[in-house]
Design a protein around this ligand. Structure first.
Ligand SMILES: Cc1cc2nc3c(=O)[nH]c(=O)nc-3n(C[C@H](O)[C@H](O)[C@H](O)COP(=O)(O)O)c2cc1C
Length: 134
């Protein structure tokens, strides 16, 4: 099974999840700057919200993928929003890419909110989540 991990981060929170998920599944986490070429069975894709939307670079990354993706597994952090799932599903849907209905989301620190998040417990849960796909 071929697995890839890509993420977008502005302040490092989503990177923490990406690195933990990548370590769990035995690949390297790369940013969405690195185009996905070739076929993968599972793409763990990490994102976050900034003024209620995922960054344009995430959208561009999905639109620019060549090769086939079995399914995207969404993971995200945010201060308030519950998840980036619906936004990712919408973008991927336009490209005909399936998005797993299972996702991982946790709070991400933002100013004085949610200090230290994602924390060690969040990373443990993210790892458990990733393992469930192997
Ligand atoms: C410019 C900016 C705008 C943000 N807007 C929102 C928002 O609209 N809703 C929300 O829930 N969180 C918002 N946040 C908080 C981030 O989603 C949260 O800190 C997230 O964990 C950041 O992930 P990152 O460190 O991987 O970039 C915002 C953060 C930044 C820096």
């Amino acid at each position: 099974m071929k697995i890839a991990v890509r993420y977008y981060t502005k302040t490092g929170n989503t990177k923490k999840l990406a690195d933990e998920i990548a370590r769990t599944v035995g690949v390297e986490a790369k940013t969405v700057d690195e185009k996905l070429s070739g076929d993968v069975d599972i793409l763990f894709l990490g994102s976050s919200v900034y003024a209620a939307g995922v960054d344009e670079q995430v959208k561009k990354f999905i639109e620019d993928m060549d090769g086939s993706v079995g399914k995207i597994v969404n993971f995200s952090t945010a201060a308030i929003l519950k998840s980036t799932y619906s936004q990712i599903k919408k973008i991927a849907g336009k490209m005909g890419i399936e998005v797993s209905d299972r996702e991982y989301h946790c709070k991400g620190s933002f100013g004085f909110m949610h200090r230290g998040k994602p924390n060690a417990q969040d990373l443990k849960e993210a790892s458990k989540f990733a393992k469930s796909f192997l």
